[in-house]
Design a binder for this molecule. Sequence first.
Ligand code: C6P
Length: 408
Amino acid sequence: VAHFPIEKIRADFPILDQEVNGRPLVYFDNAASTQKPRQVIEAIDQYYSTINSNVHRGVHHLSQKATDAFEASREIVRAHLNAAHSYEVLFTKGTTDSINLVASSLSQGLIKAGDEILVSHLEHHSNIVPWQMLCERTGAQLKVIPMNEKGELVMEDYRQLLNERTRLVAVNHISNALGTINPIAEMTRLAHEAGAWILVDGAQAVPHMKVDVQSLDVDFYCFSGHKLFGPTGIGVLYGKEAILEEMPPYQGGGEMIAEVTFAKTTYAGLPHKFEAGTPHIEGGIVLGTAIDYVNEIGLDAIGAYEQELLQYGTQLLKERFPDLRIFGEAEEKTSVISFLLGSIHPYDTGVILDKLGVAVRTGHHCTQPIMQHFGIPGTIRASFAFYNTKAEIDRLADALEKAQAMLS
Ligand SMILES: Cc1ncc(COP(=O)(O)O)c(CN[C@@H](CS)C(=O)O)c1O
């Protein structure tokens, strides 16, 4: 990508300009959580310095300002996902909370004994365990779409698994452990043909690509703010209006009611039916700032630049380390390289890389079924963002060489 303004972008991220163990930090753990541009950091300060107040209830100036900013951010999220209505955008605590909201609500009568929930072998624990809990509560059955040795879902098996009992397909857009990009539009079409809804876990997709929920025609789509250069503790669940209207509330409390009597309570309309209590006001507002920041650079340019990093890093590591094993070599993948160095335990490598200033993640990445499939304890995962550079990938390779020399 000829003119990607990498130096200007890096100057926006104060945290990147530091040394760790006497060496410049190389932050390659973006799939776990991304760093924040000063525009986001300043927006947090600005909120608490100028308009902090509770939302939706106050009659005073600050409450109105905070409410307007919070709802304006909901509109930024709606436009970013190209949802039809802003009330189809629910603020949650994050991806895990979003998935639990859907599972908890559907388990109150919309999913019954004998129904089937279809997840994939690539799923993060937060898109497996809530569905297991729903199945335990309702008597529904969990089924799993297998993956192949490259870490791609086997679409023929997916077609075979779909049947008239399938009520919901729950899959990630992109695998956090392997980087696989799943064919969501096709999976959605097949799910709908079988009469099933589809929930897409977009945690690893939104930092790397444009997502259009109407074009994909998904029924639910969720992500976390902290993986999109925004605050922790805020996330989004998009749901089609007709389905959200059918679903009972997730939590009871203030905000989500129309009228409370001891005899009976009636609920608020969308989105507030699913937003009980005081929301993460600053997080919701600043998530909008993070989305504006990303869109100013442009997700197409970000995606192209990260693909360059992925190609460069994959080639370099394969050339420098003949006994390197890369897990996840899908035709369509995002900027994640999960690997092992010979028989060296990933944890030991990660500790040495940290001593050399390089931050990666090691372990199962909350995807133990994937590690079981490959028969490994975990991987070393380098996950790139648009503020990383090829020079940092060179640093990773040099550090790996030192780790290999020490641990072999
Ligand atoms: C695909 C996917 N789905 C759900 C989650 C959970 O996101 P929360 O913001 O924690 O709710 C994650 C978070 N994956 C981190 C922590 S395990 C990683 O290191 O890969 C994810 O990658």
